[in-house]
Ligand binder design. Structure first.
Ligand code: A2H
Length: 256
């Protein structure tokens, strides 16, 4: 844990079709979905890469809260993160963070979602075992072109769908190129995962190395290949994409 506060962009990923398991659970809890919009809120440091989202990760080890975010909107995230948001003028009432219900991540796996900016209309919720409950919102949006974690997790899900209890066709196999660097090309995560011979989402040390290299190169030497700021440096485009998302009510910015 660092000493300085970390700013995250919370991407609002709309659930367009819940799994049967989740719907049964809501019914048991007497939660009526009608007229409500439910969003998985994914914490990211790279809002400018949202053009390349291919799924949204949750953990089966985490019980998420469903929180009333006002105006008929509900957020799915950890209680810790919603509490933080409630002191940062993001939620209806300051300091109020009682969840409407608590739902295990496993019940959400397989749900259909719609994420902002990405070119694929409907994506799926998929499991990621390495998500930490203590960081961000506990929800991670998957950008396999630029995140080594997301790339290896996607590869593992595609190779072992039975093990993970998912359908292989829920997995988008190929990353979408969104940032170019002269050093690592258009898919820096894939490049670094191969270069550092990373075979599993559990290769923590090697993944840390890959993440540092990818982040530095992408941030300081990357150029956007997609979207409104195509051709601009990542460093320049990043705050613009973030502000656009917030203005469109597709993201919240919070610190922890
Ligand atoms: B990043 P930091 Cl394209 N557990 O978003 C594990 N990882 C988590 C998490 C959690 N609870 N919450 C957020 N994260 C991920 C995009 C991205 C990210 C790209 C490239 C690198 C990258 C798409 N996933 O992160 O410890 C989220 O993934 C590299 C570090 O606060 C978030 O940003 O530094 C990042 O880790 C936050 O990690």
């Amino acid at each position: 844990e660092g000493v300085l506060p970390q700013e995250y962009t919370g991407i609002k990923i709309r659930v367009t079709e819940f799994t049967k398991e989740a719907l049964d659970f809501f019914q048991k809890q007497k939660f009526d979905l009608s007229g409500k919009k439910v969003f998985l809120v994914a914490a990211t440091l790279r809002p400018e890469t949202m053009y390349g989202q291919t799924c949204c990760f949750v953990s089966r080890k985490i019980n998420y809260g469903l929180f009333d975010a006002g105006n008929g909107e509900y957020f799915v995230c950890t209680k810790r993160s919603f509490k933080n948001m409630s002191y940062q003028d993001i939620t209806p009432k300051r300091g109020e963070y009682q969840e409407t219900l608590s739902i295990n991540g496993g019940l959400l796996v397989g749900s259909k979602i719609h994420a902002p900016l990405t070119s694929i209309d409907t994506l799926r919720v998929l499991p990621m075992e390495t998500i930490l409950e203590s960081k961000g919102t506990g929800v991670v949006t998957c950008v396999p072109s630029d995140s080594p974690d997301d790339f290896v997790t996607t590869k593992d899900l595609y190779n072992k769908p039975e093990y993970y209890g998912i359908d292989r066709d829920w997995v988008v196999k190929d990353p979408i190129s969104i940032v170019n660097t002269s050093k690592y090309g258009d898919k820096c995560a894939e490049y670094l995962v191969n270069e550092l011979k990373i075979h599993s989402p559990k290769d923590a040390n090697q993944l840390t190395k890959a993440k540092e290299l990818a982040y530095k190169e992408g941030y300081y030497n990357g150029t956007l290949l997609k979207g409104k700021y195509v051709g601009e440096k990542v460093e320049v485009a990043k705050p613009k994409v973030k502000n656009d998302l917030v203005a469109a009510n597709e993201a919240v910015v919070y610190s922890e």
